[in-house]
Design a protein around this ligand. Structure first.
Ligand code: SF4
Length: 62
């Protein structure tokens, strides 16, 4: 499983961070970044954060 954040699409709403703060954060430019690797133990949180992104900038590859 791989999380890919489309930086060109990200508008910095921060909803991913709000939903899964252990997984997502915002960098100094206000764009989403991964804060830790994603595996089975935190997959559900990563998916929840991806789902709330209003511009679908977080892609989950399996
Ligand atoms: S919710 Fe989407 S647009 Fe907002 S910071 Fe996260 S990835 Fe970017």
């Amino acid at each position: 499983m791989e999380i890919v954040i489309n930086k060109a699409a990200c508008e910095g709403h921060g909803l991913c961070e709000l939903t899964a703060p252990q997984i997502y954060g915002l960098d100094e430019e206000g764009q989403a970044v991964l804060k830790q690797p994603v595996d089975e133990s935190n997959q559900a949180a990563a998916e929840a954060g991806a789902r709330v992104c209003p511009v679908a900038a977080i892609e989950i590859r399996r």
